[in-house]
Design a protein around this ligand. Structure first.
Ligand code: IMP
Length: 219
């Protein structure tokens, strides 16, 4: 005998209609929209040390042309949150070399792809002042239509005379951070890099703010 419609329907369990993707995300979870797995693996460790989970949303976020990493990250976070309607982080990092008046700055990615580490070392041949710093801007958007909040972190150091080490990514083999015994970031483990890095500082600032904002217990 065929069941009547009424008998086939499950019990009412009070599911709300009109839930947004962001409403389905547990309170301690945020997404990093990026194509860079290295950034994600570093940041995940920092977030975990604050009791938060970072998920990787593989997304090629378009980059606004401009010379302010905070603006680039904020624009990207708004774009990604509008697309996915999730609690989303987008980060942008620049490398600023003092003797080159801040070059490559926010164009670090293009410069690495074109002239590479060797090209940077060539530009600095015979230059004594090798000071440089990384700056990360990390923008958080809590879903579609929400204004981004931006956190920053810097790591100061010098550019080495030759590439050293096999860890990390990008400019790590030629960047010697202050406080790292003269080793490049590429000569450190991920956890060591996280005690000194621009990215770790920005994620720490975000994690502390986020925990407060969501009323989560501090770790
Ligand atoms: P973007 O934030 O992906 O635009 O990064 C700009 C450029 O800097 C890319 O070429 C990255 O590989 C490089 N980069 C970003 N973060 C780091 C880092 O922590 N260490 C070394 N290079 C980095």
């Amino acid at each position: 005998m065929a069941l009547s419609l009424k008998q086939r329907a499950g019990p009412a369990i009070g599911v709300r209609v009109g839930l947004r993707p962001k409403d389905l995300v547990p309170p301690k979870v945020v997404y990093l929209a990026s194509t860079n797995i290295h950034k994600y693996l570093e940041a995940r460790e920092v977030m975990a040390s604050h009791g938060l989970s970072l998920a990787f949303l593989r997304e090629d976020v378009p980059e606004l042309q401009g010379d302010d990493v905070a603006e680039i990250a904020a624009w990207g976070a708004r774009w990604a949150a509008d697309k996915w309607d999730l609690p989303i982080l987008v980060e942008d990092t620049g490398l600023f070399i003092e003797a080159l008046n801040g070059f490559p700055g926010p164009y670090a990615s293009y410069v690495l792809k074109t002239i590479g580490l060797e090209g940077i070392l060539k530009l600095l041949e015979g230059v004594e002042d090798r000071r440089a710093y990384f700056k990360t801007a990390l923008a958080f958007c809590d879903g579609k239509g929400v204004e981004p909040v931006v956190f920053t972190g810097e790591a100061h150091g010098t550019i080495s005379h030759e590439p050293r080490g096999s860890g990390g990514f990008g400019y790590d083999p030629i960047f010697v951070p202050e406080g790292g015994d003269g080793r490049t970031f590429a000569e450190m483990s991920k956890s060591e890099k996280n005690t000194l890095s621009h990215r770790a500082k920005a994620f720490k600032a975000f994690a502390e703010w986020f925990a407060r904002e969501r009323g989560l217990r501090a770790r």
